[in-house]
Design a protein. Structure first.
Length: 117
């Protein structure tokens, strides 16, 4: 069982930056593939980025967002630069055991990111 708690969301102007953090409970954090998803109003939840031994990004965020993890702190980060209004969404942290990132077992409660244009 893993519990995930996100933080770092907020209101930022277009072109600005934010860093999201997700702290996971449990001593097996390193065993999990970690990811970030987002859900905008009226839209389905979508994959943003994932990390296991490598990283994977949605095309819409490539070159702007960076996912990283600090296993000593049981934390995964999402550095978001050059933010656009279209990035406005609730961002969710996820943990899973699928190396292909096709399924996820645990979810956080989400943190709101609002980008003003």
């Amino acid at each position: 069982q893993v519990q995930l708690v996100e933080s770092g969301g907020g209101l930022v102007q277009a072109g600005g930056s934010l860093r999201l953090s997700c702290v996971g409970s449990g001593r097996t954090f390193t065993a999990y593939v970690m990811g970030w998803f987002r859900q905008a109003p009226g839209k389905e939840r979508e994959f943003v980025a994932g990390i296991n031994w490598s990283t994977k990004y949605a095309d819409s965020v490539k070159g702007r967002f960076t996912i990283s993890r600090d296993n000593a702190k049981n934390t995964v980060y999402l550095q978001m630069n050059s933010l656009k209004a279209d990035d406005t969404a609730v961002y969710y942290c996820a943990a899973g055991v699928s190396p292909t990132m096709m399924s996820w077992n645990y979810w956080g409660q989400g943190t709101q990111v609002t980008v003003s244009s």
